[in-house]
Design a protein around this ligand. Structure first.
Ligand SMILES: Nc1ncnc2c1ncn2[C@@H]1O[C@H](COP(=O)(O)OP(=O)(O)OP(=O)(O)O)[C@@H](O)[C@H]1O
Ligand SMILES: [Mg+2]
Length: 283
């Protein structure tokens, strides 16, 4: 993306804006000793890019993602840099980092639909974010919240509904509406559709990607599903045992994987596909 697309207004979104993880490591202190969940990871998400972070369960995807807005449990040791728009946000004081959370970098966490507070309505969740981060309250906040709900395919009546009155797919959409509330430059989405049936999964994922693309945002999409990520994402980052073992354009990674791990994974998927073709499944 060319720098000529950039605007000169400070704080305005620019198309060349990048979110960079530089030599990021995450170590949890646990009763059974330290767990090195992320080891020296580096990769870049540019505004306008859809990047898939893939890897098997326990490979460190959530740990890497949650280190970006620094939302890991207290006591976790994080080293390396998280650079957004040229600023190392990993070293910012908490109150300064708050200006980046939601407004610049928003999150749909793993199991987002379970993270709604049961006694707060969907509209209440969205307007809380608007009040805290955008200073938007009252009728203006409600209008904006309803607009956001419509953007994710939920009609106005969802504003007053409570989390238990929504289906899993509707909750994921509401979580997405909340994440989009402050018009962020980057969206971090951790397995946003895992708990949903295959059809709803596809609907919600397609919607996330098309919203992100139409707004020129950068998306970091965590999933353990490599074929799904390859079909949706411009770039892939493959993690194994906390380390990045492969990254590049999705097509290149799938057609010409460099690491033995990715090669084995893709070979195994191809074997499954041909077995499905033989048995007539998976079509
Ligand atoms: N709070 C924690 N304390 C100690 N260890 C943790 C903690 N959270 C995660 N881990 C460990 O860190 C490693 C990476 O976990 P993480 O949740 O980042 O993996 P993941 O790739 O997101 O897995 P999944 O696909 O199952 O969500 C795992 O070995 C996990 O057991
Ligand atoms: Mg995870």
């Amino acid at each position: 993306m060319s720098v000529a697309n950039a605007t000169s207004r400070p704080g305005a979104p620019r198309n060349d804006m990048k979110l960079e993880l530089q030599n990021l490591s995450v170590t949890y202190a646990s009763r059974n000793g330290d767990v090195r969940a992320v080891r020296d990871c580096s990769f870049v998400v540019s505004r306008g890019d859809v990047v898939g972070l893939v890897g098997e369960s326990g490979s460190g995807k959530t740990s890497a993602l949650m280190a970006i807005p620094r939302l890991l449990p207290r006591g976790t040791i994080v080293t390396g840099r998280v650079v957004c728009d040229g600023q190392d946000i990993a070293s910012l004081r908490e109150e300064l980092l708050n200006a980046w959370r939601w407004r610049r970098i928003a999150l749909v966490p793993q199991g987002a639909s379970a993270s709604f507070t049961p006694h707060i309505s969907i509209g209440g969740h969205i307007t809380e974010v608007l009040a805290f981060h955008m200073n938007l309250t009252g009728a203006d906040a409600k209008t904006r919240a309803v607009e956001l709900l419509r953007t994710v395919g939920l009609e106005e009546t969802f504003f007053g509904r409570y989390p238990h009155e929504l289906s899993g797919g509707q909750k994921q959409r509401a979580a997405l509406a909340t994440a989009l509330a402050c018009g962020p430059d980057f969206l971090l989405a951790d397995e946003p559709t895992t708990a949903l049936d295959v059809v709803t999964q596809k609907e919600v994922l397609d919607m996330i990607v098309s919203l992100v693309r139409s707004r020129g945002m950068g998306l970091l999409l965590v999933t353990h599903d490599l074929p799904l990520a390859a079909g949706l994402c411009d770039k892939l980052v493959v993690m194994r045992e906390g380390a990045v073992v492969e990254s590049g354009a999705s097509r290149e990674v799938v057609e010409n994987p460099q690491s033995p791990f990715t090669r084995n994974l893709i070979d195994a998927l191809r074997r499954m596909e041909s077995a499905d073709a033989l048995t007539g499944e998976g079509s």
